[in-house]
Design a binder for this molecule. Structure first.
Ligand code: C2O
Ligand code: CU
Length: 432
């Protein structure tokens, strides 16, 4: 083996071992001003931002293990950058201005090249003044297809968000008022779900890919008219499908559900005032072919097995309204520091397993997102629980996670309530 072959094969095998596959057709995403129909048909349209003329942006469907190039063109009047949320990719392609790239200036473009290692439900969104650009619509679904898809009649993406709007449909142009930053964050007064298909038949088996694309809102969800199970969270297959029950999705979290249609299908957000309808799926006709069958588990993701943790770190969320004092210079902080500093919160040698305790010492829930990796939430009995990229920690609670830091680079860790992130609740880790 010559020297060049040796380098090429270690590079390919290091983080994401998988058989080489042919490159996929290059894609283009143009960030631009769009007009969206957020309010019901017949009501006012909304001037907002989006990609390729639509909000949400187009659903990108990628093949696992095959290199892709996505050219992001900036048709906005301000800079931007796009983050491929949940994809374990090369650090340079992570889409975080200053940390992993320069801004894409108006009129410029950047080709993001990566090879998605894991099948599942992901999403993409702006990572520049994201509390504003995402609230204005810069997001879309990113699906990495299964090598062998489960046997379903429809694969439907359900993207949830909320918007602060006038009666006319115009967005209220206020994304960082200090009151909401210090509380639960920017919240819309109108919420809905966008479905990639509108009609199914009674008896159909569905795969639903639920994505919470809201900037700050936690969605407690109820799906009616189906009988089924949750099969994946944050893109990663569960070992055993789990009862659907009531799902809770923090901002950026995803859930995949496989379910059979038993009646009119509705998606509701559960609120103290009752159910708030986010979307309906019309049921017309009957599927006479489909036989009852158990809900299968999806293929297990190929992630490195955790070793014995070499470090145990604590990440304490601090600040906000009704919170105690902290040493940070902004509204929110981690471990007494607000915003990004030169020293990372954690430094790991590549491949090292670490345990991190997320402590929520504030009066609000937070959804903590780590870039470039998935981690295991540790269950109450101490065993490895779900693999996630965003972990919801309730006010006053804490959660341990275990992560194999196998992806070299500088990676953000921040609250995905984007108002909290801009309000200081962000830091980073270094893997070398
Ligand atoms: Cu989904 Cu740092 O983001
Ligand atoms: Cu938060």
């Amino acid at each position: 083996m010559n020297r060049r072959q040796f380098l090429a094969s270690t590079a390919a095998a290091a983080v994401l071992p998988m058989p080489g596959r042919a490159a996929q057709t290059p894609l283009t995403l143009k960030a631009e001003a769009v007009t969206g129909q957020i309010l019901p048909e017949g009501e006012g349209a909304t001037a907002m931002l989006g990609f390729n003329g639509s909000m949400p942006g187009p659903e990108l469907r990628l093949k696992r293990g095959a290199p892709v190039s996505i050219n992001v063109e900036n048709g906005l009047e301000e800079g931007t950058a796009v983050h491929w949320h949940g994809i374990r990719l090369d650090n340079k392609m992570d889409g975080v201005p200053v940390v992993t790239q320069n801004l894409i200036n108006p009129g410029s473009s950047m080709a993001y090249r990566f090879t998605p290692p894991d099948a599942g439900t992901y999403w993409y969104h702006s990572h520049y003044i994201s509390q504003e650009q995402v609230a204005r619509g810069m997001m879309g679904p990113l699906i990495v297809e299964d090598d062998t898809p489960p046997d379903v009649d429809h694969d439907i993406t359900v993207l949830l968000s909320d918007w602060r709007m006038e009666e006319s449909g115009a967005l209220v142009d206020e994304y960082t008022d200090m009151h909401s930053v210090a509380h639960g964050g920017y919240m819309g007064n109108f919420a809905r779900a966008f479905l990639s298909k509108e009609q199914v038949q009674q008896g159909d088996r569905l795969r639903l890919r639920l994505i919470n694309a809201a900037t700050n809102r936690i969605f407690p969800l109820a799906v009616s008219g189906v009988a089924g199970k949750v099969v994946a969270l944050d893109g990663m297959a569960l070992k055993e499908p789990r009862d659907l029950g009531d799902l809770v999705l923090a901002p950026a979290q995803r859930a995949d559900v496989i379910a059979d249609v038993t009646g009119p299908v509705g998606f509701d957000m559960m609120t103290r005032q009752g159910a708030y309808r986010l979307a309906d799926l019309t049921v017309a006709g009957r599927n006479g072919q489909r036989q009852p069958a158990d809900i299968p588990a999806l293929a297990a993701p190929e992630l490195p097995a955790p070793g014995t943790p070499a470090q145990h770190l604590t990440l304490t969320m601090m600040g906000g309204a009704m919170g105690g004092r902290h040493g940070g210079a902004n509204i929110w902080a981690f471990n007494d520091l607000s915003d990004l500093h030169e020293t990372p919160f954690g430094a790991f040698s590549r491949g090292e397993t670490a345990r991190i305790t997320f402590v929520n010492d504030t009066a609000f829930p937070h959804g903590i997102h780590l870039h470039g990796h998935h981690f295991y939430e540790v269950s109450s009995d101490g065993s490895l629980g779900d693999l996630r990229d965003t972990s919801l920690v309730a006010a006053g609670e804490s959660r341990d996670v275990i992560c194999v830091f196998d992806n070299p680079g500088s990676w953000l860790i921040h609250c995905h309530m984007l108002s909290h992130s801009i309000g200081g609740m962000r830091t980073w880790v270094k893997v070398a």
